[in-house]
Structure formats: C-alpha cells, structure tokens
Design a protein around this ligand. Structure first.
Ligand code: NAD
Length: 285
C-alpha cells in the first residue's frame, strides 16, 4: 500500500513556520505582513475560498484586506485599485480571486499586479520570469505540489514527471517548476493519445484535469508518486481525478482528496505573502 502524502500535516508545519517568521517580521519592522484579496462578483466557490484565506491569514498573523467589488465593476476601476495596492506599503502581496466576471480581461488586470506583489503568479511577467528561471512567484497550487514532492525526499533530477493537464494556473507552471528541478517532464492534455501508457512511464504522475476516475491503476507504475490536484464531485462527495483505492495499491506515495494538495495551496499563499514582504524590505533597504 502507498504511503499517504498528508497535505494537512505538511501545511500545519509550514504555517507554524510562516507564523514564526511573520512575528519576527513585525518585531523588526513594526508593522504586519499584509495581503490584499480582490474579489469581483459573488461566485460562491470564490466566497468560500476567500473566507478560508481570511481565516488562515489571521492564524499566521498576516493582515488581510478584502476588497469585494460588485460584478459590475469596470476593468478600469479594478486596475485603479491594483495601482493603489501596488503603491500601498502595508500591502505585501495581492491575490486576484478568479474567475473574473465576463468582459474583464485577465491579461489586462493581472498584468497590472506588480510582480513583486504577485503572490499567486498571475501576471504574465511572473510566468515569463518563471519560464526563464529568473526569480518569480509561481502560482500557489503548483508550488504546493512541489513542496509535497520534496517532502517525500525523492531526488527530482532525472525523474520522469507526467503532468495530466496543461492550464496556465496548474499544469504549465508546474512543468516549469519541475524542469527547474531537472526532472524530465511530459505534459498531457485532453487530446493526448495513450494517456495510460504515458503515465505508466512516470516516476511521478500529477493529475490536474478535473475528471473523476481519470487515473486508474493502469496509469501508474508500481512505486510511483501520485499527486491528485483535481477537485470533482461524485455522488455529492468531493473526489480528485485519481481512483484512490485501486491506485493506492500500486503507488509508492499518494495524496488523498481532500487533505492533499488543497491545504497546500492556501499555505503557499501565506508563504509567498511573507516572502513578498521580506523581499520588499530587502529591495527598499
Ligand atoms: P482547466 O480546466 O483550466 O485545465 C484542465 C486541463 O486538463 C486542460 O489542459 C485539459 O486539456 C486537461 N484535460 C482535461 N481532461 C483531460 C483528459 N481526459 N485527459 C488529459 N487531459 C485532460 O483546469 P485547472 O484550473 O487547471 O484545474 C484542474 C483541476 O484542478 C480542477 O479539478 C480544479 O478544480 C483543480 N484545482 C485544484 C486546486 C487545489 O488547490 N487543489 C487548485 C486549482 C485547481
């Protein structure tokens, strides 16, 4: 049976560390680390995600500034708010909650977030820096996946990682992060042929497709690390992309859903916000 990669436990350890660092930051600089969260519209999933972020900010000692804007807010007004937050010394990081309402260009809006405050790596400049191997904030979910992989103490150079899913927010930045670690990376999408055969070649299989039971034991080489990013509902139950019970029989490590990647995403947001605060101080020294 596979070892369980427990995202709740790793998150708890990392958040304790972030809380200690935020406390030391406050003692040294006499103000708190700050995160601005911009939410446009009333998407229920966003509202619950934001609520969770606000709770965790409080837990680790980050001051959260929630800007909840009506779905009718113009792109120009959102950009004007981002300009104010970019200039605000109390704001170390800016999180733009997705999805944005129709008619608002993500490229224009995210492109306005200062890369030094872009704690979820949404600005195309951040993505470009990540691609080039320059310092950059990577999106929180793939950053959390990398932390989970590192916690297994597996040497990543030379490992073959197969990523199922090629979105801007998960699959593509994860490929960049793993390439930076000198892994050999295959990225699959919905048109990929012979998915099972490709996945079986992976020492690491990461699924971020959003399809329940996509990854079965036929997709997994014995002993492989399987990370499940997917969030789906099956019979009203939260499940990932991986058929957990049968894959756990062959994998070396496996993340549960819930309790795997999900908690790591918010933890990486806290970590990146602290990093943005300290880097801001270093830049302005
Ligand atoms: P997306 O819809 O933007 O991208 C999905 C990707 O998967 C696409 O590249 C698509 O081509 C590929 N894909 C879909 N079906 C496939 C198939 N049958 N075979 C191979 N590839 C396939 O989604 P996203 O925003 O990247 O999110 C992916 C999943 O991860 C969703 O379930 C989402 O809810 C979840 N997610 C979880 C977290 C978390 O914190 N746990 C964070 C972000 C996203």
């Amino acid at each position: 049976m596979a070892n369980i990669l427990n995202g709740i436990e790793l998150s708890r350890q990392m958040r304790n560390m972030v809380a200690d660092m935020c406390r030391a930051f406050e003692e040294k600089y006499h103000h708190t680390v700050g995160l601005a969260i911009i939410q446009v519209g009333d998407n229920p999933a966003s509202t619950s995600y934001v609520k969770n972020n606000l709770r965790l900010c409080k837990e680790v000692g980050i001051s959260a500034y929630h800007h909840k804007l009506s779905a009718k807010t113009s792109e120009a007004d959102i950009i004007a708010l981002i300009d104010r937050l970019n200039a605000d010394e109390n704001v170390s990081g800016i999180l733009l909650q997705l999805p944005l309402p129709e008619g608002i260009s993500l490229q224009n809006v995210a492109g306005r977030i200062s890369p030094t405050k872009d704690v979820d790596g949404l600005n195309p400049l951040s993505a470009g820096n990540l691609y080039m191997g320059y310092p950059a904030f990577a999106p929180c979910t793939p950053s959390g996946v990398l932390e989970l992989l590192k916690s297994t103490k597996t040497e990543l150079p030379g490992k073959h990682a197969v990523i199922v899913g090629a979105s801007n927010i998960v699959g593509k930045p994860l490929a960049m992060l793993l390439m930076r670690e000198m892994a050999t990376v295959t990225v699959c999408n919905i048109y990929t042929k012979n998915l099972a055969e490709l996945c079986r070649q992976g020492d690491i299989v990461i699924s971020a497709a959003g399809k329940a039971d996509l990854i079965t034991k036929e997709h997994v080489k014995p002993g492989a690390i399987v990370i499940d990013v997917g969030i789906n509902f099956k019979d009203k139950k939260l499940v990932g992309d991986v058929s957990y019970d049968e894959v756990a029989e062959v994998a070396g490590w496996i993340t549960p859903v819930p309790g795997g990647v999900g908690p790591m995403t918010v933890t990486m947001l806290m970590f990146n916000t602290y990093a943005a605060a300290i880097e801001g101080k270093e830049i302005n020294k």
